[in-house]
Write a protein of this length. Structure first.
Length: 342
């Protein structure tokens, strides 16, 4: 967590930051921007882009700012449902349960979708599974984690856990990957790493970013939870130097999560000198696939380590920018910045 993030989140301008929720480590509660509660200390804060991520990390909703409340007549329904999730572990929010409470399931679904970009059922499941993962990380038995999550069925718990975290409770690596959001001149950057290496670095505007994160989670069978490591600190420092035009080669250790061919393309990308560009034809030739423009272009686009594996340095043969998953304005800015600092 940077002081820049802290200041931006607690700024009076509620639109200054893409990070909409804060989890307070000392209380286990998460709040929305503008919460009237006393401001927590910076070292106790973890920032999240969505309520789902905060819930999965094990935080519960604040009762003062009601981060789940909507500013309309349905907010009381949403507030009531969140209270049920907190108070009753076995409450799953099925249509039958909602109707028994006099709540229209379609109303609950619509309100939660609008506020959290997920249904109430997904919200409740994320909250319960976040509790389960915390229990496992503390060394609890799987059966205890299952009961903590409010699941009576072992098979149902295993399926839900695997869907959420990409692995079964027994096979999941209990050492999670850590995700953090870093500020940059070009917008927010998402970083996923452990204490040894960097696994993903992307602009949050990247197309299909959610799918890329899910693939990473399933490939390594590790949960992805908010947090920082020494690798986070290293890459944050290097990014600051890079954007200032003072760093040309990243030293942060990497884990390349791709096929053999993709990794060969990514290694070739790393050989493109700072401040210069290659065409797709040049890249294809470098990996021994002279006519495989489409294949190398696809591998180029699948790169999940933006800037470090510099796919932005590949342009069209006619000198045009070509494509870029982070957006062409970003690619243009990067190429201009590098050319000025060779």
């Amino acid at each position: 967590m940077s002081l820049g993030q802290y200041d931006a989140f607690f700024d009076r301008d509620l639109h200054m930051s893409a990070l909409s929720f804060v989890g307070v480590l000392s209380t286990g509660i998460f709040c929305r921007k503008g919460c009237p509660a006393r401001r927590p200390k910076p070292e106790n804060c973890q920032f999240y882009p969505s309520a789902e991520v905060a819930l999965a990390a094990g935080f519960r909703a604040c009762k003062r700012c009601h981060p789940t409340r909507l500013p309309d007549e349905a907010s009381s329904i949403v507030k009531r449902l969140i209270a049920l999730v907190e108070d009753e572990l076995d409450f799953k929010g099925t249509e039958q349960e909602l109707k028994a409470l006099g709540i229209d399931p379609s109303t609950a679904r619509r309100q939660f979708q609008r506020r959290f970009n997920m249904t109430f059922t997904q919200y409740a499941r994320a909250r319960r599974l976040g509790n389960a993962l915390q229990a496992l990380n503390k060394g609890d038995r799987v059966i205890d984690a299952q009961l903590t999550a409010g699941y009576n069925s072992a098979s149902g718990f295993r399926r839900a856990f695997a869907d959420r975290f990409g692995a079964s409770p027994k096979s999941l690596n209990t050492d999670p990957l850590n995700i953090e959001w870093l500020d940059s001149e070009l917008g927010t950057i998402i970083v996923i790493c452990d204490s040894d290496a960097l696994y993903l670095l992307e602009f949050t505007t990247r197309k299909n970013l959610d799918r890329q994160v899910e693939r990473l989670k399933k490939t390594h069978k590790r949960a992805i939870l908010p947090g920082r490591t020494r690798v986070t600190e290293q890459i944050a420092g290097e990014l600051m130097e890079y954007f200032a035009g003072r760093l040309k080669d990243f030293k942060t250790p990497l884990v390349l999560s791709g096929t053999k061919f993709q990794r060969s393309v990514w290694r070739a990308l790393q050989s493109i000198p700072y401040g210069t560009t290659w065409s797709y034809a040049d890249l294809a030739k470098a990996v021994g696939r002279d006519k495989g423009f489409q294949a190398v272009g696809s591998a180029n686009g699948s790169n999940g380590l933006a800037l470090i594996i510099p796919c932005h340095r590949v342009i069209a043969k006619d000198g045009g920018l070509g494509g870029y998953a982070g957006g062409l304005p970003v690619k243009k800015w990067l190429l201009n910045m590098e050319s000025k600092n060779v």
